[in-house]
Design a protein around this ligand. Sequence first.
Ligand code: GSH
Length: 285
Amino acid sequence: MYCIQFEMGMVFQIITLHTRSLYIRSGIENCPVSSMSHLPYVTVFYFKVIFFVQKGKETLGNMAGKPKLHYFNGRGRMETIRWLLSAAGIEFEEQFIQSKADLEKLKKDGLLLFQQVPMVEIDGMKLVQSRAILNYIAEKYNLCGKDIKQRALIDMYSEGAFDLCEMIMMLPWKYPDLKEREKETSAVLEKATGRYFPVFEKVLKDHGQDFLVGNQLSRADIQVLEVILATEEMKADVLSKFPLLQAFKARISNIPNIKKFLQPGSPRRPPPDEATVADGFKIFD
Ligand SMILES: N[C@@H](CCC(=O)N[C@@H](CS)C(=O)NCC(=O)O)C(=O)O
């Protein structure tokens, strides 16, 4: 019905304008077709135009809407994604998986390519695989450097930080026994101070710049800061032998979007306590 009115309104409007312009061009003063004669149709036409413009705006709004994160209410494999989006100043929504049934529903609805989370709805896609999601976000928000050489460095540093982050993240899941976990925590801290932090310290020393690569913020800076803070949660003075990393931590933490993310109430998740780990086991085991 609306369509017919819409079409009729358009047709009559065109006929009216065309007839009037013919009379005006031929120099005849009294045109028998009044611009008001099809007012009802024209009114419907304009209402329809407004309706379609609004619909279009809604559709575009949804396409460019906030990314939606699907994961459980803990750090795990989603935390670095939260970090990157927040550092880029992007607001996002979170749909927390609270039970095995929630996860099964996502699987049954065919929303998880490999039947696993994290999953991020962004730009009309349902992205899975945490590294692929991070790559997309980093690329989209210009956190990958200026050329392929910078990108290679950024990738190496980010992957190093990611490996260390993953070791820390897995501790409570792999070692539910507290004694065993303590032992493994020491081993991870040794890796942090013996393998990873010396690399980042040396990078900063060699080029003397504020950021790890190309003197501009990249995902490497964000991921290294993330892992520094996660390591400090296990051992507060872990940076004692790394003065440049201490300064780096202070500098990067002070970048406005990152500073905001580090405030209480942000989407940053706290370190997992025993209750969070138990919830995770119920969902993913
Ligand atoms: N390589 C994947 C691993 C994802 C993964 O292991 N996800 C776990 C939760 S952290 C999961 O969904 N487990 C449920 C299952 O495998 O059925 C990634 O990095 O995203």
